[in-house]
Ligand binder design. Sequence first.
Ligand code: HEC
Length: 483
Amino acid sequence: MYSSHRCFYFLCVVLAAAQPVHAADASKPVSFINDIAPILKEKCFGCHGAKNPKGKLDMTRYANLRKGGTKEDPIIPGNPEDSYLITVLTATDKKRMPPKESGAPLPSQQIELIERWIQQGAPLDAGIKPDADLLRELRLRWTPPPPPAAYPYPVTVTALAFTPDSKKIVVSGHHELTIWDIFRDKLEKRIYTRARRAMAMVFLPDGKLAVAGGRPGEEGDVRLYDLNGGTDRRNVRPTEVVVLDGVHDKRVMVKQLLDADDEVLCLALSADGKKLASGGCDRLVHVWDLSGGYDHIKELPPIENHADWVFGIAFTPDGKRLATASRDKTAKLWDIDAKESILTFPNHQNPVYGVAIKADGTVGYSVGEDNQLRAWTAAAEGKQIRASGGHGRVILKLVAHPKQPLLATCSADQTVRLWNADNGSLVRTLSGHHDYVYAVAISPDGNLIASGAFDGEVRIWKIKDGSLVKAFNASPGLKTVQK
Ligand code: HEC
């Protein structure tokens, strides 16, 4: 459901066209990490990854590749003809890799390149340990492109956060975060990020912004940003937009908490501000203890029990338990210290995208692919209390009001809805979006609600009467909005 950014395809086409052709230069040393590992990653890691590799051959570490699987080392240095790796790449029978059902044979230039590398002795590049995780090594060598100065296409809004003073809003962009002044009608700052998109954001008690996100299928991260750190790289006039480099400037990107092989999708902060938690495509729940201050953040051992991506996360008010929502069609409640799931709520019978907990900790709420907002007892066996219908399509996010018994949902039906948390009745429907609404946030003062859509539009309403405060497209410099 989270489709990749449209600009991304454009960039890929440009980059693919710029790839150098190696075949012509037979004497040039072939680099394993720069030339070979990217091919293996794209064409082989899917079946020959670290977990349950086919033929017991894990290719994600050089040492494991050279160990071989059910057979011996598939590489004979200096002798490509007799190397089993080349045998399977050039086979025309059922030995061929990748197997016929899963794709075309490798292009001849790629096979020649691998042959040349084996001819040259199949060396590993200096500075890389034989048992280094190649996915991680490839990530280290990847540099993010700068975001577009002016967006050729609208950027999908996947995450939103009000600043602690409730006067500004931070919006996810393409390799950046943008900060908009709600009341002065102005794009104020752009912060470049390594992540292609942010999927969740929360402000920590010290004012730093924790951001979770990544590149789908490639990498995921949780990083802390100081939105007032660093200096602009230009002389800023009052009307100008401040640009901060959250990729390289350590005063802006002040800490990295997590480096993962796929996107991180959700974040939650405990009510006392002492614990931060994340969930993502690797099915893991990570928890950090922030109580020692930001220089002494401690990561607790990750919790694993969901069978699929973790889309949503929320702390109980005492900070001792976590509720999660997963693509495995369940919501769960966890004891953080015991690292055990206390209850599983199965009633959605469809992927669950969002979760929240009542202020007194007794009731859990969850939403998902079944268009329902469900309430369940956050104790014992997790019995359903009620289901509230109304959204015409998938409900993508759920947030709880910080002060009142109110819940907000956003949906592919292009609406945002406010619900009474105590009885599940609909309080208000906020309409006006023209596309899937992916993100919703409530201001810390409890007065405003913001939503962001697939077409880049952000809308901000007053909670008390549903009146529109502001609507804008959060794609800087966008000329024409394509619908
Ligand atoms: C769709 C899944 C799939 C993909 C993609 C795939 N393989 Fe395989 N591979 C297999 C399976 C299944 C086996 C086990 C075959 C057997 O035991 O008969 C295997 C076995 C092998 C072996 C023998 C391992 C051993 O020690 O027994 C080699 C070498 C190999 N693959 C190389 C590759 C390379 C190189 C690529 C990428 C170009 C690749 N494979 C992509 C499924 C895959």
